[in-house]
Design a protein around this ligand. Sequence first.
Ligand code: KG4
Ligand code: ZN
Length: 336
Amino acid sequence: MNKKDMYILGIESSCDETSCSIVKNGEEEIATVVLSQIDIHKNFGGVVPEIASRHHVKNITMVIEECLEKANMTLDDIDAIAVTEGPGLIGSLLVGMEAAKTLSFVTGKPLIPVHHIAGHIYANNLVKRLEFPLLCLVVSGGHTEFIYMDKDYSFKKLGGTLDDAVGECYDKVARVIDVPYPGGPMIDRLAKEGEPRYPLPIPLNDDTYNFSFSGLKSAVINLAHNLEQRKEEINKEDLAASFQNVVLDVILKKTRKAIREYPVQNLIIAGGVAANSSLREALQNLAEEEQIHLTVPEMKYCTDNAAMIAAAAYYANKRGDKASLIINSKSTMELK
Ligand code: KG4
Ligand code: ZN
């Protein structure tokens, strides 16, 4: 091991994934364990916070031990402990935070708090070192926003959703057509087989970098109810295609505008919806047309994981972010 190398052990537990990862120098993943609770929450049609926290408590130690084992390392080989500080489900976040604090306390190693979205952004750094200035399109279950970065760990928000996040909207639409949680991946698949023949309103089609998806969500719900009342069957594929079409339309339009307005050569995407195959394809085409470079996270690191947290922590640490043992998790938090 090179003495200058920094090995960070990251912990993520903000929603329904319990995850631990060890990343070298913010770029090289050594080992990652992600334990998903999707199968448990599926039965309820969404994440039940109290159940999520309980499962994090049950699993966190095992996940950390398994990660160290996978990396063939001990805590002595780790230089710092990183953890998602927020935003997320408070009970879930607290489990990861307490585990990280305990590890930091017993080892005497620094504790680095990481914003969950900074983590999603730095999932791209595991694919290719970020190049600045860049534009990041954040599309997750809780966030939809444009972030401009002119250097590491410097985040300028250009605009974001005024109501629902795009992932949340995918999950709600999925519910309307009886697709189990999380609906995003299935809508992605169904949309490919359908025709966008249902008329839906284009969400907040203005000149700002803001989004609004709640009207679209209501329009899908109303459409489904109307069809039901008329005893007409909903064509799931066509509804998925119609919904996805307007979502991609507005995202692409605003991304193109941001690329033209800001002096960027690099576009990255972050968050669970970055796994969407049609979005990836459409953004690749857009990047080619605008002659800029697109980086996308690996599919497995689009949704929540600790590798992205350990990667981001390397740069958070360089910026001087450090927490004492009195730090608390935050359910809401600005990306700064
Ligand atoms: O980033 P993430 O794991 O959680 C938050 O930080 O919020 O994102 C989860 C979201 C869910 O809403 C899920 O439906 C969506 O990402 N998602 C997708 C796809 N895969 C996951 N949405 C559209 N297409 C996908 N392939
Ligand atoms: Zn996330």
